[in-house]
Design a protein around this ligand. Sequence first.
Ligand code: ADP
Ligand code: MG
Ligand code: MG
Length: 207
Amino acid sequence: MGCTAADVVAALRAAAAVVQEHRDELVRLDQAIGDADHGENLRRGFTALLSRLDAEEPASPGKALKLVATTLISTVGGAAGPLYGTAFLRASAAVGDAAELDGEAVARALQAALEGVVARGKAVVGDKTMVDALTPAVTAAASAEGSVAGVLSAAADAAAEGAESTVPMVARKGRASYLGERSAGHLDPGARSTALLLRAFADAAAG
Ligand code: ADP
Ligand code: MG
Ligand code: MG
């Protein structure tokens, strides 16, 4: 069975709850190698998203993803706002106006999201950013070939591993790069939030 607009909205509400639960953790991670605002930036964005979802019911999965993009771009700020905004905008364009998404469509949407993040932020794997979580997630999703829940679960597992892999890295993009070698030994906040979001989507899809 495919994933409808209502399913996407439910997954987004679940993601908003996860962002709220992990707000302080993400702030602490960003305190170590950035400016301590990543958790609050995302909390603000997803709280705004919840109010928009209360006000209007997106007519398709693509419209729901577009609403996330415009909301995050206008409320999150910093590096992560435009990056996540672009990710959701590209994912929205990739799914078009389909009424339901299958696993393959979700895998293609994740691929498009990654391409958007890379086009915007120019980071590559190893730079200690959200790209280190999203890249293995996209690869895992592409080879998962199954239900939406199966594809997202594979993506979430790979993203969690990818996020952990940022710990020893020296940051080459974003604020953490100002620290040079001192950025090593810390988990990248954006990689962590990407892993959290994918896990929330996967859990929601699994029901
Ligand atoms: P800011 O650094 O402006 O305060 P946030 O704290 O909200 O923004 O987000 C920081 C996260 O953004 C980093 O942990 C990293 O994952 C991600 N990031 C920063 N620059 C880039 C980039 N050029 N490409 C991809 N991700 C990036
Ligand atoms: Mg920050
Ligand atoms: Mg900031």
